[in-house]
Design a protein around this ligand. Structure first.
Ligand code: GUN
Length: 291
């Protein structure tokens, strides 16, 4: 049986580590401000945004929430973005994805001022990450990097396999793992839905990061003994529970834990870290804009 990686505990340490910087900024009249923009009535998106607001309140970051009717013209969202770009009290913000189909997602990403883009999605910030000069590391891969560090997982020289090539997780995760810097220097393979013989790749890996959005696709027989398994999946599947659904990772925990040495559970693994790193990026944004 593998040891569970406790994302709640590491996230709590990250928040504690930010507290001094938040208090110092607030004492100087620059309380960090984070805005969330929601143009959706998807219950999952609503939950994510309200959790981010609650996190802000807990650490003393000023939370601002902007809600836009999902049926409204796209220009309403772009006006809100212009407003947030101009506000001095909002140092970072994010537009919760997905946005409705009639809104051009790429224009949204390009419209966020790069210095306030705490998601790290703007092309300037993606470019800086790839160039090894990151301004904001995207929250989920950054959180994974912190988890590995907290559990003394050596990435240097390790064979890492990232399963999934999304803009939000897979691609930036691979970039962080391969970079010439602490938490990097891994020999990194990116696998995806068109990969031939995925199991052959994952079986070679010391570290597997599962981020494909397919429930329980990584099973124990696909892992080498002693590997480190990070499950980024948060799949809502219908279930006979109070909420009517269950959250399932991309890893089949029961079989994977028999092979792995360390494994992140779902929930309680990567999820809390994503939220903690959003606070991290907000503090960084506030420090840079007011320093
Ligand atoms: N939707 C799902 N994950 C994310 C995220 O990390 N940032 C934003 N803005 N929207 C999301």
């Amino acid at each position: 049986m593998a040891t569970d990686i406790d994302g709640n505990a590491v996230a709590s340490d990250v928040r504690d580590g930010l507290q001094d910087a938040i208090d110092t900024l607030a004492d100087a009249g620059h309380r960090p401000g984070l805005a969330t923009v929601l143009m959706s009535d998807d219950p999952a998106s609503e939950t994510y945004v309200s959790m981010k607001q609650r996190d802000c309140e807990e650490v003393g970051i000023e939370g601002v929430h902007v809600e836009i009717d999902p049926e409204a013209p796209a220009e309403e969202l772009f006006d809100a973005i212009d407003d947030l770009n101009a506000r001095d009290d909002v140092h970072g913000y994010l537009v919760q994805m997905p946005v409705p189909d009639h809104v051009d997602k790429r224009r949204v990403i390009r419209s966020v001022a790069p210095e306030k883009d705490v998601d790290g999605f703007h092309p300037e910030n993606v470019g800086r990450l790839v160039a090894g000069d990151a301004r904001f590391k995207p929250c989920t891969p950054h959180g994974v990097q912190k988890l590995l560090e907290a559990y003394d997982v050596e990435t240097e020289g390790a064979d890492a396999v990232v399963v999934g090539r999304s803009e939000i997780v897979g691609k930036p995760m691979a970039n962080l793992l391969v970079q010439k810097a602490p938490g990097g220097n891994a020999t990194t393979t990116v696998c995806h839905s068109r990969t031939d013989d995925l199991a052959a790749k994952t079986r070679e890996a010391d570290i597997v990061v599962a981020a494909a959005g397919v429930p329980e696709m990584i099973t124990g027989d696909m892992l080498s003994e002693g590997s480190v398994v990070v499950d980024v999946g948060i799949n809502r599947v219908d279930a006979d529970t109070e909420k009517g659904y269950e959250l399932i990772g991309d890893v089949d925990y029961d079989s994977a834990t028999e092979q792995a040495s360390l494994i992140t559970p779902v929930p309680g693994g990567v999820g809390p870290m994503t939220r903690a790193m959003l606070l991290w990026n907000t503090v960084k944004a506030a420090s840079e804009q007011t320093g």
